[in-house]
Design a protein around this ligand. Structure first.
Ligand code: TYD
Length: 217
C-alpha cells in the first residue's frame, strides 16, 4: 500500500522539527515505517539550493526568484525522495512543503496566490500532502523562542514582526481554503500537549490507528 504524506507548516520557532521526530516515533511504534525530511532541502541538490536561499540579506533574492528556487528544490525532493518512499509504502513527514511557498512567497512577499498556483501546477501538477498540520502560534512568542535557541538566524527569521503577523494570517487563510487537508493545532502549548494534539489529528484522519498511536517521546 502507498504511504501517506504528512506535512508540518507554520511560522518560525513553533517547534515543528522536534514534533516531527516525535510523531515519527509514535508511528514507528505502531509498526509504520517513516521518513523524516524537510524543505527547502531533503536531497543533496535541494540542500545546496537551501544554502543559497536561506543565507545572505533579506534583499538577496526577489520574491519570484525565491519561489522558483523553492520549487526547483522541491521537484528534486519529490522526484528523488518523497515519491519513491511513498511508493515503497513509507509514510513521509516533511517539515514544510508547498503551503510555505504560498504563505511566504505568495502572501508575505506579495507575489500573489495565482502566481504560486501557476508555478505549482507547472512543476508538480496536482501533487499535494494527504494531511497538513498547521502549528499556530503568536509570532511575538515564536520569535522569542527562535532567539533563545541561539541558532543561526536565517533570512526569514530576520524579517520584522509585521512580516510574521502577515504570515500567520496567510497560513490561517490557506488552512481555511483547504480545510479537508488541514488540521490546526495550538503550538503555544507545552511540548507534550502539542504532541497529543498531533496524535489526535492523525487518528481523526486515520481512524484505523486509534488505540495504536502511543506517545513518541
Ligand atoms: P528553517 O530554518 O528550516 O525554518 P523553520 O525551522 O522555521 O522551518 O528555514 C526554512 C525557511 O524557509 C523558513 O523561514 C521558511 C522558508 N520557506 C519559504 O519561504 N518558502 C518555502 O517554500 C519553504 C519550504 C520555506
Amino acid at each position: 500500500m502507498r504511504g501517506q504524506f504528512i506535512t508540518f507548516e507554520g511560522g518560525e520557532g513553533a517547534g515543528k522539527t522536534t514534533q516531527a521526530e516525535r510523531l515519527a516515533k509514535a508511528l514507528n511504534n505502531a509498526g509504520i515505517e517513516t521518513l523524516l525530511t524537510r524543505e527547502p532541502g531533503g536531497t543533496f541538490g535541494a540542500e545546496a539550493i537551501r544554502d543559497l536561499v536561506l543565507s545572505g540579506t533579506s534583499e538577496r533574492w526577489s520574491g519570484l526568484t525565491e519561489l522558483l528556487l523553492m520549487y526547483a528544490a522541491r521537484l528534486d525532493h519529490v522526484e528523488k525522495l518523497i515519491e519513491p518512499a511513498l511508493d515503497r509504502g513509507v509514510w513521509v513527514i516533511s517539515d514544510r512543503f508547498t503551503d510555505s511557498s504560498m504563505a511566504y512567497q505568495g502572501y508575505a512577499r506579495g507575489l500573489g496566490k495565482d502566481r504560486v498556483e501557476a508555478v505549482h501546477k507547472a512543476v508538480l501538477d496536482d501533487f499535494e500532502p494527504d494531511i497538513t498540520i498547521l502549528f499556530d502560534m503568536d509570532p511575538v512568542m515564536a520569535m522569542k523562542r527562535v532567539e533563545t535557541r541561539g541558532e543561526e538566524i536565517s533570512r526569514f527569521d530576520a524579517e520584522s514582526i509585521e512580516f510574521h503577523k502577515v504570515l500567520r494570517d496567510a497560513f490561517h487563510h490557506i488552512a481555511e481554503k483547504n480545510s479537508d487537508r488541514f488540521r490546526t493545532i495550538n503550538a503555544d502549548a507545552s511540548r507534550d500537549a502539542v504532541h497529543t494534539q498531533i496524535l489526535f489529528a492523525i487518528t481523526q484522519k486515520y481512524p484505523d490507528l486509534a488505540g495504536q498511536l502511543t506517545d513518541g517521546a
